[in-house]
Design a protein around this ligand. Structure first.
Ligand code: NAD
Length: 501
């Protein structure tokens, strides 16, 4: 596959959206938005991809009512039948994986080399939760001398799923698959910057036999359609992936209707490299975790903490590799870093170059725009940063790495834990006892020792502090999408106090 063949195929897939726009899908039917349309443009050259239905509170209400109406039958469906439908959805994703990946690259700017796998990971998410569907209701038996306590789980009801623009297809499947497997119905509000593949997912689900109303798609702006979804009384829970400050807004918006919330938010994740580490592997992992997916990745290793004794050498290794990264068209199979999603995001990321310089850090690689069309930035590295600098504290969410040094383990830990975030941490050392001690004290929901981020679906995914509330993965997902009920059966004549007897 070459860039030219990718572009030719992409045109074929986009033709229908260019003429008809990207519509909402409510109660199994295409629907325009009550708010008219907005545009989605490619970050490669700002060209118009398609107009998109702009959903308002009225559209969200119709979708929520459809989800409410579809809920009893979907929740009551035998788990084995839900399993079969979810596997058919996975089949549909696999059959259209190339189309999904091409559209995702063009809409988000993410490089083909990563997106082709992300589409398939979406299918894996469906297969994994499909297999868990028949057991989702299972509970525990907790007997006492007098009672048999039996727990069971029921799906919570219609839920709202709100997703970001960075890897929208994979993240949508990650939320929607467990919700459907649990027996919930869904209203999905994708990010306005990258709506294309959410539409493909909704189509695939319906083609696979998902009944109307079980998954509803409402495109629109965050403060309009998103807000309405978080406030809707028929929606029992909100699964949200996005920025920490949006999470805080959603919590406020959902307060009146007592929404259950699950938040996967931002990060400023440290990769800590001790002098005894395998430096070549640590280098590969640190570079991969910050520059893959354009650095637009919640789990990116955006701070590297290097032990003083190896800092000069390791920083030089980082700079050399950052300089050699291939920035280019996202559909070119050779490309490693594509354009940032949008001008506003490009402005944000590049503003941190000036902030880093003014704060006195050293620009050791990148920092500049590539070309004058599209939102391409050279992979950027700042060295000589200190822990309180903004580039060491704030989420940049781009191909932007901040390098700090530490003297000893205690200082490394203090720096690592010094930000508001706590999503992931990456630790490189060959000292086993230190690895155990350090990972125990590191404030993060997920830690990888001598590894880059390798996701295993049964493990819990989520963050602490400003990085999130709740966990995804395995049974943790069902804990969010389901209510647990306990029923106590008396198994004898236990003593009942006889008031007024
Ligand atoms: P964002 O918070 O701006 O938007 C996310 C979604 O929320 C969009 O669909 C948006 O329309 C919607 N939204 C915005 N305001 C809203 C409101 N008031 N009410 C309801 N919905 C609203 O985030 P983004 O810029 O799209 O994504 C980047 C962020 O996502 C980064 O901070 C990144 O770390 C985070 N992220 C986290 C994870 C994770 O698993 N922890 C994964 C991917 C991305």
């Amino acid at each position: 596959m070459t860039l030219a063949t990718h572009l030719e195929k992409l045109e074929g897939h986009l033709a229908r959206f260019r003429s008809g726009g990207i519509l909402n899908l409510i109660d199994g039917k295409d629907a325009a938005g009550a708010g008219g349309v907005f545009e989605t443009r490619s970050p490669v050259d700002e060209s118009l991809i398609a107009t998109v239905a702009r959903g308002t509170a009225a559209d969200v209400d119709r979708a929520a009512q459809a989800a409410k109406a579809a809920f009893p039958a979907w929740a009551a469906l035998d788990g084995a039948k839900r399993k079969a439908i979810l596997h058919r959805i996975a089949d549909g994703i696999e059959a259209r994986a190339e189309e999904i990946a091409l559209c995702e690259c063009w809409d988000t700017g993410q490089a083909w080399r990563f997106m082709s796998k992300a589409a398939l990971r979406g299918a894996e998410n469906f297969r994994y939760f499909a297999d868990l569907a028949p057991g989702a209701r299972d509970g525990k038996s907790l007997p006492t001398k007098d009672h048999l306590n039996v727990t069971s789980r029921k799906p919570i009801g219609p839920v709202g799923v709100i997703t970001p623009w960075n890897t929208p297809f994979m993240l949508s499947t990650w939320k929607i698959a467990p919700a459907l497997a649990a027996g919930c119905t869904v209203v999905h509000k994708p990010a306005e910057f990258s709506p294309l593949t959410a539409r493909l997912l909704a189509e695939i689900c319906h083609e696979a036999g998902l009944p109307p109303g079980v998954l509803n798609l409402v495109n629109g702006l965050g403060e309009e359609a998103g807000k309405a979804l978080t406030e809707h009384p028929a929606i029992k829970a909100i699964a949200f992936v996005g920025e920490s400050r949006t999470g805080s807004m959603i919590m406020k918006q959902g307060a009146d209707t007592l929404k259950r919330v699950h938040f996967e938010l931002g990060g400023k994740n440290p990769v800590i490299v001790f002098e005894d580490a395998d430096l070549e592997r640590a280098l590969d992992a640190a570079i991969f975790m910050i520059y893959s997916l354009n650095g637009e990745r919640c789990t990116s290793s955006s701070r590297v903490l290097v032990q003083e004794s190896i800092a000069e050498k390791f920083n030089a290794m980082l700079a050399k590799r950052a300089d050699a990264i291939r920035v280019g068209h996202p559909l070119d199979p050779e490309t490693e870093v594509g354009p940032l999603i949008h001008k506003t995001h490009f402005d944000k990321v590049t503003s941190y170059v000036e902030i880093g310089r003014q704060d006195g850090a050293v620009l050791a690689a990148g920092g500049n725009r590539v070309g004058d069309a599209g939102w391409f930035v050279r992979p950027t590295l700042f060295t000589g940063a200190t822990p309180q600098m903004r580039i060491a504290q704030e989420e940049v969410f781009g191909p932007f790495l901040t390098s700090l040094t530490f003297r000893d383990e205690a200082e490394a830990l203090a720096i690592a834990n010094s930000t508001a975030y706590g999503l992931t941490g990456y630790l490189w050392t060959n000292d086993l006892t230190r690895a155990l001690r350090f990972s125990d004290a590191l404030e993060a929901g997920m830690i990888w020792v001598n590894s880059e981020n390798v996701r295993h679906l049964p493990t819990p995914f989520g963050g602490v502090k400003a990085s999130g509330i709740g966990r995804d993965g395995g049974d943790w997902s069902f804990e969010f999408y389901m209510e647990t009920k306990n029923t106590a059966f008396a198994i004898g004549n236990h003593k009942i106090q006889r008031l007024g007897a």
